[in-house]
Design a protein around this ligand. Structure first.
Ligand code: GLU
Length: 478
């Protein structure tokens, strides 16, 4: 069974994407955003965007802007978050320090959190010793045992302190993961963990969980790498008396080598895909099927993708990125796009070459041979260049075709103009050639290529003068 709003959650369905703006979005993380946006649409709920920039040194304004541009480009509009705002604003974590402070205090007062003065070095040694002794490398609980006087003395001495959450031993944290089913974690394996760094900033476990609760998030759908964070976050929320969302941990996307997809493993950023000329609908159709299956193999728009999205159709095994599949969806998307969309998509590259009156005929002629705007540029040159530079293969065909053939072609052009059917029929009768022997040299002389869009559509765009010059050029042997 997929996820459905249940009686246990009377609050409106709300899910979120919570990126840390430490780099450009790549296909792995934007897929998480897509799944959330689709689910929100399907459940008639809210898709929320939260910027997790508490790691001040790494959070960059430019990545924050870039990720919003990327999400908007893909049509993954958020109903709550930076921009639309909402009742839980602000949605940028660095602006929420006052809220975190309140909850740190509440935990300290309840005796659920305590200052820890252990230095990084001490912790590292303790970790290594534990591992060497075959024990789990959890925090020993040393500072938990400090008395009020000792704490005051260390504070007075200016010793830096983190704040640790106290995890009671002997408990079991259980939750039912929407994708992975029932989960159980022993609290004694977890150990007391840091919720506030010594510089005062909240640690991920804390701000992430507290914000989900304060923002009314009902489902946290995120990468499986966060699965083991969930028991910590559940304990925290319970200690704070805040609502615990449901969790859905999705399998990661891996590269061809099986390691998680990331910028480092060569995954393209969304920005690169946009610049290359991928259509958003192609990217969405590919990603929605990366680790999730649909009944339909057709290109679906956002509403269609949302209608067919079901958490019960998420795969548990990692999904492997496959560029060929992405290209497949690009091809499908280009074939299905309407002419005006295609024109505005390619206009930047061909606008200066294609006459305004011929725009739609140009798109119609080449759409079957298009994957990216750079292909449009190629065909624009083939059609509109004054001087053709034939491909190597076309050059070979032209070289082995005798002049009589071109002479017949010239006469046919004079008689029939750019009506390619009539023209080729006349050349056929005059030369006695047919099939490849007829069409290859005709295509080679008219376009400088051996493959491409239908000549019936190309020739009117090439026009009688250019066609004439191209044939004359072949006749003169240049
Ligand atoms: N900022 C975290 C990340 O980018 C969010 C994880 C989550 O979705 O809870 O990994």
């Amino acid at each position: 069974m997929g996820y459905h709003s249940s009686r246990m959650h009377p609050a409106p369905f709300k899910c979120r994407f919570a990126p840390s703006p430490t780099g450009l979005l790549h296909l792995g993380n934007v897929r998480t955003a897509l799944f959330n946006a689709l689910l929100a649409r399907r459940e008639h709920g809210i898709f929320l965007l939260r910027i997790e920039d508490t790691d001040a040194a790494r959070g960059h304004e430019k990545f924050e802007q870039a990720l919003q541009t990327d999400l908007r480009w893909l049509g993954l509009d958020w109903q709550e978050g930076p921009g639309p705002e909402g009742s839980a604003a602000p949605y940028v974590q660095s602006q929420r320090q006052h809220l975190y402070r309140k909850h740190f205090e509440a935990l300290e007062q309840a005796g659920s959190a305590y200052p820890c003065f252990c230095s990084e070095r001490e912790l590292e040694i303790a970790r290594k010793t534990a591992i060497a002794a075959g024990r789990p490398p959890r925090y020993s609980g040393r500072c938990r045992r400090l008395g009020a006087d000792e704490i005051a003395a260390r504070r007075a001495a200016g010793t830096p302190a983190t704040l640790r959450f106290h995890v009671a031993d002997g408990d079991t944290v259980e939750f039912d993961d929407v994708v992975r089913g029932p989960q159980q974690f022993a609290s004694s394996d977890i150990g007391d963990f840091v919720i506030r760094r010594s510089d005062g900033t909240p640690a991920f476990f804390f701000s992430n969980a507290v914000d989900d609760a304060l923002m009314g998030v009902t489902l946290v759908l995120r990468g499986e790498d966060h699965l083991t964070n969930s028991p910590r976050q559940i304990l925290l929320l319970q200690a704070l008396g805040l609502p615990v969302p449901r969790y859905a941990h999705i399998a990661l996307v891996v590269g061809q080598d099986g390691s998680p997809l990331s910028k480092r493993t060569g995954s393209k950023s969304v920005e690169e895909l946009r610049e290359q000329g991928y259509l958003p609908i192609a990217v969405n159709n590919y990603l929605a099927r990366l680790g999730h299956s649909y009944e339909s193999n057709a290109v679906l728009d956002f509403a269609g993708l949302a209608a067919g999205f079901d958490t019960s159709r998420l795969h548990r095994a990692p999904a492997r990125f496959d560029e060929q599949q992405l290209l497949h969806w690009q091809r499908e998307a280009v074939h299905g796009a309407d002419m005006a969309v295609l024109w505005s998509w390619m206009a930047g590259t061909v606008d200066a070459v294609v006459p305004e009156a011929e725009r739609m005929a140009f798109v119609e002629a080449i759409r079957g041979n298009l994957l990216f705007p750079s292909d449009a540029w190629h065909w624009a040159r083939v059609i509109y260049s004054e001087v053709l530079t034939p491909s190597h293969a076309a050059h070979e065909v032209l070289r082995s075709t005798n002049d009589d053939f071109f002479e017949f072609a010239r006469r046919a052009l004079e008689k029939h103009g750019t009506d390619f059917r009539a023209l080729s029929q006349m050349v056929k009768v005059d030369t006695g050639l047919s099939g490849k022997a007829l069409f290859q040299p005709l295509r080679a002389v008219l376009t400088g290529e051996l493959d491409g869009p239908e000549l019936v559509k190309l020739l009117p765009l090439i026009g009688p003068e250019r066609a004439h010059r191209r044939i004359a050029q072949a006749l003169s042997g240049s």
